[in-house]
Design a protein around this ligand. Sequence first.
Ligand code: F6R
Length: 606
Amino acid sequence: MCGIVAYVGPKDAAPILLEGLQRLEYRGYDSAGVVVSNKGLKVRKVKGRVADLAAAVPARFKGTLGIGHTRWATHGAPSDVNAHPHLSSDGRIAVVHNGIIENADELRAKLEADGVVFSSETDTEVLAHLIARTAGETDSLEEAVRAALKRVVGTYGIAVVDAGRPGEVVVARNGSPIVLGIGEKEMFAASDVAALVRYTRQVVHLEDGELAVLKADGFRTFAGDARPTAKEPLTVDWDAGHYDTGGYEHYLLKEISEQPDTVARTLRGRLDDRFHIAHLGGLNMDARETRSFRRVKIIGCGSAYYSGQIGAQLIEELARIPADAEPASEFRYRGPVVEPDTLYVAISQSGETYDTLAAVQELKRKGGRVLGIVNTVGSAIARECDGGLYLHAGPEVSVASTKAFTSTAVAFALLALHLGRVRDLSPAEGRRICQGLRALPGQIKEILALEPQIKELAHKYAGSPSMMFVGRVRGYPVAREGAQKLKEISYVHAEAYPASELKHGPLALIGPEMPTVAIVPDDELLDKNLTTLGEIRARGGRVLMIGHRAADPRLADDHVVVPKNETELDPILLTIPLQLFAYHAAVALGRDVDKPRNLAKSVTVE
Ligand code: F6R
């Protein structure tokens, strides 16, 4: 997805902007550009990587204020011309923009009828011309920006500079994140804290509808109606080191390998040995209120949704409250019935996924009580929710989610334990779950030690045109996540089905060409799962079994044996071999593991 960086201060802006853009590369993009202000605007923009842009920036590209952008094409193909920044015809205003201007065609037609000549196919260029029209007449750039934004329908995070006002940058947000970074006599802004942490840990998140004016000596923020707003800076506890590969070949492998620590951080300080309950102060609910819910509805997108399915199962089992998960992208469009005695839980690693944010806003509009399970502190979804749990997993850079997935499942185990213990879950059962949770980091280390074996298996199966993933009940979301990981980073087609559903249709696909990865935990469904393996083998299908015991060679060609935890918590551990399997399959196939084609790290557009 697109990225924005802005700087104003005493230093040379271009190196700071380029560094910031590099930090945003992980989000996915196709072109990049920068503008600096120094007796007029100097612009460079290219189709390609930030390194290509850096090579195109001449030594004389000086200026102590500027904005930069990485573009992910929506209106018009990736090209030098369509790359941001976009300038007004007189070259006075430059704009970078994330999001989509929905009425761009209509505005463009009006501007063209007035004689404005466009140089790109983008929706963003409309903004540059609209701002330029009033910039000369208004007292301030912010007024000109505000006037232009009044005419715009759609989502945006923008940064704007005006050659006529060389000491300030104006940024605004509506549906697409903008974070301000506060430095020593310098100010930064970006669409993601990743671009800021090298320079400052003091940040301010803009709310939808807000606009900010940045000068070297500080910032002012305004609501949409021009009223000044008061903002408290937040301290980010992520530093630049979190964004390095740390000696690993890929961020993805680094993030998979970090899971013993990230899971431990999600648990830290939250388990109570006296009452065998989870302490979750961020829920902002007392015990009476916590008891009052009769249902739990979980929403999230993609892998976040699959981790929500694990969460629903945990809540039903431990708290005996009916719970289910649904894609947030679907939920908000089906006119959901919002009930006062339902607890809604939104999941997001980035905290910025537009579909999830919009679903939370819809719930809030209808009076729903929404908790957030979010990784990014201070993100839009976290701010919108009534309470929740932070994952504390550290920034996830690789596009495919791994450590956030397991930490989310762990957060759900904590929530389920908490909901269970204020209801009918006995202290003994609570103790059993607490002990299981404590064992997770060590057991994850044991699974990571299986990497050489899993790598070999990934090489063996990576050449298959298609793979089936199956699991029953607790194993089904694990299978879905396994298929998701494989398809998104290796581009091998993968389907996930409940094992129980195979013979109702997809068994027709099974044969030597389509191997199956079967999630077979040692639980009450073991025999049923083994029967399914027999059915697959009888059709000539190859089977890789992921479970707690070595496979009978009549039922599976290969197996990965993971340590056993409590039955309810086993899905968390069973996911990890599938992450390693997908990673090594993708590497074997020569894929761009951290930045798979067509995907972006946080999907801030609809
Ligand atoms: C898959 C993946 C995506 C995200 C989804 C939601 O590996 O990463 O499916 O899980 O886009 O993102 P967040 O959690 O940031 O809301």
